[in-house]
Design a protein. Structure first.
Lengths: 146, 146
DNA sequence: GAGAATTCATTTCATTTGCAATGAATAATG
DNA sequence: CATTATTCATTGCAAATGAAATGAATTCTC
């Protein structure tokens, strides 16, 4: 059969392959985070950013960890409600919010970071000599405008 | 400052990196597909599968192109409503649906496949010697259970 | 071959998402 | 320095999502 001239295989199409593998890895993470700690991926990203930088605004999160501002805002509110971060208004610029970890948040982050590091190590071990290629490929793709 | 012992960088965390790059590439595709043809990614995956295999069920799609069955079902209905595919019930097993391309669907697919192939070529050119590493990395990751 | 169990597609419903609107605060401009 | 424009965070709302329910059809089991 003709099959409409062009031979094109979705299974080899990079955007598709990356979407599938990204979902696969995210699920591996989020299953555990959700089951054991009830933390979504968005909340995890906010937490990591706050943990790293000490005091961040919603805008910072949006820029730093690829999280749409409404998503970042809602994640931050949930974390505040759970007592993992505090949310104050920046006194220098009162449009900005200042997110900081609470002690409970700090404790949780130690756990989450440990798990994430283990996961990362597992992935790097699995990938071995292909890790470099993967990383430079990702960097190249991210640098490009599509 | 102590920064909670463990040094962990989200920017180097593979699940995060892959999620970001996957979204980046998908956006490059879907922007054009949506703007020029009003086709979502789910619809695109259904179309490709139907185009490749001639006659498929919703279950086939779910298995072949990583699309949750409700998503596949809804995408198929939209495509039917737009006259791009036909939807009949399989006479051998009347639980199954038989999706097939219409002539209009076939015409559209020629266009979409052409665009996708161009995109793929652009990506492969950009990646050059890193393409192999990326591909084997993806395959390794997909083969693993997380 | 009757009854139970499974498979398939759709739909229902609660939740999530993302865009746009809002309103408050600051910055820019004439 | 008053007006306009911009930035920031939140919220409203319509659409998308996904898990479970539904119901029809088939397969399994006794």
């Amino acid at each position: 059969m003709d099959n409409s001239s062009l031979d094109f295989q979705l299974a080899e199409f990079l955007p598709y392959r990356l979407a599938v593998v990204a979902e696969h890895l995210s699920l591996g993470m989020s299953r555990r985070y959700r089951a054991d700690y009830d933390i979504s991926i968005a909340e995890w990203r906010v937490l990591v950013n706050v943990a790293d930088r000490g005091a961040v605004s919603v805008r910072d999160i949006e820029r730093e960890v690829h999280l749409e501002k409404s998503k970042a805002s809602r994640a931050a509110s949930k974390l505040e409600a759970r007592g993992l971060v505090t949310k104050e208004t920046n006194t220098d610029d009162r449009r900005l919010v200042v997110l900081m970890l609470t002690d409970a948040g700090r404790d949780l982050m130690i756990e989450l970071k440990r798990i994430a590091s283990e996961y990362q190590t597992r992935l790097e071990t699995l990938l071995a000599e292909d890790l470099t290629g993967l990383n430079t490929a990702i960097d190249k793709l991210l640098a490009e405008d599509f």
